[in-house]
Design a protein around this ligand. Sequence first.
Ligand code: UDP
Ligand code: MG
Length: 325
Amino acid sequence: MTMQRDEPILYLVIPCYNEEEVLPETAKRLTEKLYAMSGAGLVSPQSRILFVDDGSKDATWRLISEYSAAIPFVDGVKLAHNRGHQNALLAGLMTAMPLCDCAISMDADLQDDVDAVDRFVEKYKEGCDVVYGVRNKRETDTFFKRATAEGFYKVMQLLGVEVVFNHADYRLMSRRALEGLSEYGEVNLFLRGIVPLIGFKSDYVYYDRAERFAGESKYPLKKMISFALDGITSFSVKPLKLISNLGILISVLSIFGLLYALISYICGVAVAGWTAIVCSIWLLGGLQMLCLGVVGGYIGKIYNEVKRRPRFLIETHLRQEHRED
Ligand code: UDP
Ligand code: MG
């Protein structure tokens, strides 16, 4: 049995940081889209475009306020300070959560194909709670960006982090998926890693990613690297385990080193004192690394505890009987 959901109140959540150059076009296209969709009865007329101003220094907020005053479909929130893309996104999604049936997050620069929105909503109506936008190919990216981005997904998968390949932050989440997200209390936010952990029925929508419509990327290399590192260290304690393994490896090697040194000593080819020094360097090095790994193991545990992530989210409850009291 497939459940068909009614036309939802859809919120388009758009984080904006210094986007004055693209905003007029973005607002125009998204408004047209929502008008068309609500006109066709695909989404509720209460749907909104929610712009999140992430502490911009240019005219972004002024533009958002103007659009909001002039266009009933447009809403906006302003963050008190620039907190970065992921936090701006979360702020928007959490603002939308009590107001919407589902929310789609997309970038302000029109790189995410606006026309794919219909397909996201279709999947939602078919009963999906999370729909991931996956880009078809990376032709519009420079070789460097493509290589680093794809390498990043590979490393994440190697480290055991569940991420959707070639999916950025263009995605639909239903209200209950958003409620699930709100249970994740972590400060180092990496939404691409968290959303798959929420679970629920999910699907993919494939789209071609365009080039930035105007203006410069707000993700320079430095931010990209720190974003990637954040993603890894927020989701995996494997780097800590690697230290333990390295310690074990060196300890084992040191046994061979010991044997070698002893044999050299017995055969009389070793310089006086060399054997003792070499043996202790190897053994101690290995032991230190191993101990570090053990400490790392505990830190890993603390790290997972302090996140206070929800341990489960219930998807269905068969007998949801209401108590009358
Ligand atoms: N963004 C943001 N806060 C920031 C940096 C970026 O809200 O500190 C927004 C930006 O306005 C855009 C989205 O995040 O809507 C993605 O940024 P951008 O397009 O510059 O990244 P790229 O596509 O180059 O990776
Ligand atoms: Mg962009």
